[in-house]
Design a protein around this ligand. Structure first.
Ligand code: UDP
Length: 474
């Protein structure tokens, strides 16, 4: 691990992959390909922005020109990405209080309001570039949740490719919903929650991303998952995963989809990427970690969306303090803290509003990660060799938690009822017991497997090489 300095910002290089085997920009131009423009359309949530910009960096490193078409709501700082062109598109959310809307509403709203502005902007770009015959038409790479981008590409006769920012296992569940609905499994009956989902071993019904949705909300979510998983006119799917983690899910996904599926991950390890955080990193936690002993600190973060109520936060604080392990806890601005929070926390913990997570996980003082199991956090923890306490809250997090606890066996499941005594026990199991040592050994093994698969000539390279050919030919 090393620290690079890019445009005055400290960025983390985990183990940069050598891309020298790929043709550089000049060679592509020599062969008459021109500098192919890729227009990235990220979904404006942290867990989606990060992998899209990481993909942008990777594709830029192998010779593509990158334009990021972004909403005005939640967009990354262009100053951190001097190699990219940023293209703002108007969305109606910017003028509304999106904090009161749930993620499904935000996504529906973006898909309606962004279509016309994106089409206008792309039409203007194409007009400007029409004269220049060395430029091929831009290729649109869009987050699966931003399906309006595929519609725009189709109308403008531009090629498009879908990026999935979840695990392949999660994406597969989307294709099973129509059948589960037809067979009467949905909405989920409480009595079935622990039963295995037919064809999706080892997922139980309660692990499905739609598990806690009923009636109208379920209908809306099913409509949305159908739209986000429909490949329509797109030429390929890029997944932020790797076959040594998800081989069977990827093989099934490839059978399910009629276009090539390229596992190009874990994206955060491939090329150095400046921060695409929507909140400012509090770097004081790194100095604090420097003073802690090896493997002693539990890192606690529920990502950028999930939140806890006052009572749950009180139980978490009590459990953490009673475990007597030092902890670093990310509590985003706006968290509603119980009145006695500071007394509960005591001296062992450090609270920050936002942490440089990848750097935190790579720090030698970190011995465990109590996580909501967002896909990025899952990949980041595995690649840092840090075992996890899995406390999924909603959506794909339950699928990821099941993979962590029952497939890779590198995490402990936390009971969703969140009682301090249970929290204390789970922390001690992870940080102090033999069980925790075993989880750490397994996750380090997994990390090493991923490192092998991302070495020159290994599966990641083949996949990237095929993706590049696919982009150049479409
Ligand atoms: N993250 C971060 N600092 C924090 C908390 C989260 O940089 O204090 C990053 C984390 O490294 C990850 C992303 O935010 O890349 C969260 O994505 P994830 O898929 O884990 O969860 P989501 O926020 O989408 O629920």
């Amino acid at each position: 691990m090393g620290l690079d300095n890019c445009s005055g910002k400290q960025v983390l290089t985990l183990r940069p992959v050598s891309l020298t085997t790929f043709h550089r920009e000049e060679e592509m131009e020599k062969q008459g390909w021109g500098l192919r423009k890729l227009v990235l359309v990220p979904c404006p949530f942290q867990g989606h922005i990060n992998p899209m910009l990481q993909l942008g960096n990777l594709l830029h490193a192998i010779g593509f020109s990158i334009t990021v078409a972004h909403t005005r709501f939640n967009f990354p700082n262009p100053d951190n990405h001097p190699d990219f062109t940023f293209l703002p598109i108007q969305d109606t959310l910017f003028d509304r209080d999106a904090s009161s809307m749930d993620v499904t509403d935000v996504i529906s709203c973006l898909n309606i309001s962004c279509k016309a502005p994106l089409k206008n902007s792309l039409t203007q770009i194409m007009e400007r570039e029409k004269e220049d015959h060395s430029h091929k038409l831009p290729c649109i790479i869009y987050d699966g949740s931003m399906y309006f981008a595929e519609a725009v590409a189709h109308e403008l006769e531009l090629p498009s490719i879908m990026l999935r920012t979840t695990s392949a296992a999660t994406f597969l569940t989307y294709y099973s919903f129509p059948q589960l609905l037809r067979e009467g499994y949905l909405p989920l009956q409480e009595a079935m929650s622990l039963a295995l989902v037919p064809g999706l071993y080892p997922l139980r019904f309660k692990d499905l991303p739609i598990a806690n949705f009923k009636n109208k909300n379920l209908d809306i979510l099913l409509q949305q998952t159908t739209r986000t998983s429909d490949i329509r006119s797109s030429s390929a799917i890029i997944c932020n995963t790797i076959d040594c983690l998800e081989q069977s899910s990827l093989a099934r996904l490839q059978q399910q989809c009629k276009v090539p599926v390229f596992p190009i991950g874990p994206l955060h390890t491939i090329v150095p990427t400046a921060s695409s955080g929507l909140l400012k990193d509090d770097r004081s936690c790194i100095e604090w970690l420097d003073k802690q002993t090896h493997n002693s600190v539990l890192y606690v973060s529920l990502g950028s969306i999930a939140s806890m109520n006052k009572n749950e936060l009180r139980e978490m604080a009590k459990g953490l303090t009673n475990s007597r392990q030092p902890f670093l806890w990310v509590l985003r601005p706006g968290s509603l803290l119980p009145d006695d929070f500071n007394e509960l926390i005591g001296e062992r913990g450090l609270i920050v509003k936002w942490a440089p997570q990848k750097e935190v996980l790579a720090h030698k003082a970190i011995g465990g990660f109590w996580s909501h199991c967002g896909w990025n956090s899952t990949l980041e923890s595995i690649c840092a060799g840090v075992p996890m306490i899995c406390q999924p809250c909603f959506g794909d997090q339950r699928v990821n938690a099941r993979l962590l606890t029952h497939v890779w066996k590198v995490g402990l499941a936390m009971d969703s009822s969140l009682v301090s005594i249970e929290i204390e026990k789970a922390i001690r199991r992870l940080m102090l017991d033999v069980e925790g040592h075993e989880l750490r050994r397994k996750i380090i093994n997994l990390k090493e497997k991923i490192e092998l698969c991302t070495q020159e000539g290994a599966s990641f390279y083949n996949s990237l090489s095929e993706l590049r050919k696919c982009i150049l030919s479409c």
